[in-house]
Ligand binder design. Sequence first.
Ligand code: SF4
Length: 181
Amino acid sequence: MKTLLHVCCAPCANQCIDALRGQGHELTALWYNPNIHPFTEYRARRNTVQEYCRMVALPLLLDDEYALRPFIRAVADQIETRCGTCYQMRLDRAAAEAAAGGFEAFTSSLFISPYQNHELLRQVAEAAAERHHVRFLYQDFRPLFRAGQDRARELGLYMQKYCGCVFSEEERYRKPGQIIR
Ligand code: SF4
């Protein structure tokens, strides 16, 4: 099956790529992650995905939009519940690219992460599939998460320390009890 894999980062994507290729999918990767801030972090993750795709001879569609402003505007009124909007921005683009590119299905390396809201991701992906008339290929890659992290370490790939947006960076590093306004 001709399948489009939205990739959030190389450490999450490597096992998804192996699993899907092992199942016989004719795979293409898509980079579209306007949620990653600041720009230096975005660039580090994007470059690592490019490097990894070259390493494993995986075609990569690069939607290189650094959408700090649109992202912040989209989540500004719902910062505590922003992840649904973030998933929607990325998976809707994945579904649209899959439909436009004649792919039979799409999925995302986000489905490997035990830190994401897996059920919400699934609902968002299914809605995007319906909107764009393309199949969403659901797979729970979470059992492969540790193997993917280990593989990334072995290869010396860049490994991020937080989910992606500026708010997740704050949550990762702020001291317990520190006041937030
Ligand atoms: S925490 Fe992660 S999934 Fe949630 S909005 Fe930020 S980047 Fe997106």
